[in-house]
Design a protein around this ligand. Sequence first.
Ligand code: MN
Length: 128
Amino acid sequence: MEWQDNMSSGKAVLVVEDNELNLRLFCDLLTAHGYGAEPVRDGRDVMARAAAIKPDLIIMDIQLPHVSGMDLIAALKADPQLSATPILAVTAYAGRDDEQRIRDAGAEAYISKPISVIRFIEAVSRLV
Ligand code: MN
């Protein structure tokens, strides 16, 4: 049935977030809007998962245990296989310096937590 085809954009979004509630919120919002959502809870898995899935977009929490989301953005942008993949950074601290540092690391866009559902989906649809 055609309406079912229209439910899915076929676009895959890698969601890097260590907070389980935020992870579930982001993934639910994405799937409700027809995206495929691939959760990654441990930042140390990001490079391998991104290489395997080749997502259309990466949503990146900045504050992660073990690794910095900022360093992960830089590593993704330094990888020739992944550098073209847009990155939407998500972080709780929202100073202007932080936003500039996130953009300098290579993220295409940035939203602050707590997220606005509308802004979140708008940011995703602009990037994918
Ligand atoms: Mn976090």
